[in-house]
Write a protein that binds this ligand. Structure first.
Ligand SMILES: [Zn+2]
Length: 194
């Protein structure tokens, strides 16, 4: 296994001696001999993959509990794109961490988070992840009491690609305007809709 990188290997060796994971983020970085604390999630993930490959169930279990963090009750941040890509490339499809990533992504991801993350890696998100996410979305919508579509009023005119404002104004197929519903309209038309 020549693709094992030093940071997670350092923590692995430490675990061999202590049978414990580092107590906090600072210890993780010290033992791994890495400085960037924002890479802690990836470090744990890589060590989890290592434990999976080397078939070390006790370490695998410890890391599962470290990654599936239940202490943050109110909000669980969706995993960075890079971590999703790594997990789907290196873990078997049935691994529970993949389901965890899909579900917390579904729960918490939005366009603000995307804007903060930047486009890096976005287009590399694995097809398996995207299809499972879409399937999740469908199941959750079916499960919810009110269908998502009932929240919206569809601005059909925005999809007509009218050549001019005059043509748009005289369009006979206007959207039905319903109180308390959000407009759903073609993305590219949103800027000039105000
Ligand atoms: Zn129209």
């Amino acid at each position: 296994m020549d693709d094992i990188e030093p940071p997670e290997f350092n923590v692995f060796v430490e675990w061999l001696y202590t049978q414990k994971l580092p107590a906090d983020g600072k210890s993780w970085n010290t033992i791994a001999n890495q400085s960037k604390s924002d890479l802690l999630g990836m470090l744990r993930l890589k060590l989890y993959v290592l434990a999976d490959r080397l078939i070390v169930p006790s370490l695998h279990r410890l890391l599962n509990r470290a990654i599936v963090n239940v202490s943050r009750i109110y909000y669980v941040s969706p995993p960075p794109y890079e971590n999703i890509i790594y997990a789907f490339q290196h873990l078997p499809p049935s691994d529970s961490i993949l389901d965890y990533f899909i579900d917390i992504f579904y729960m918490g991801w939005d366009s603000d988070i995307h804007d903060r993350s930047g486009e890096d890696n976005f287009s590399d998100l694995p097809q398996d992840f995207l299809l499972r996410l879409l399937t999740k979305m469908g199941k959750e919508r079916k499960r919810s009491k009110y269908r998502q579509q009932s929240l919206y009023k569809l601005d059909v005119c925005s999809y007509h690609a009218h050549a001019s404002d005059e043509e748009r104004a005289s369009c006979p197929n206007k959207a039905y305007d319903a109180e308390g519903k959000m407009w759903m309209k073609r993305e590219s038309e949103k800027e000039d809709a105000a």
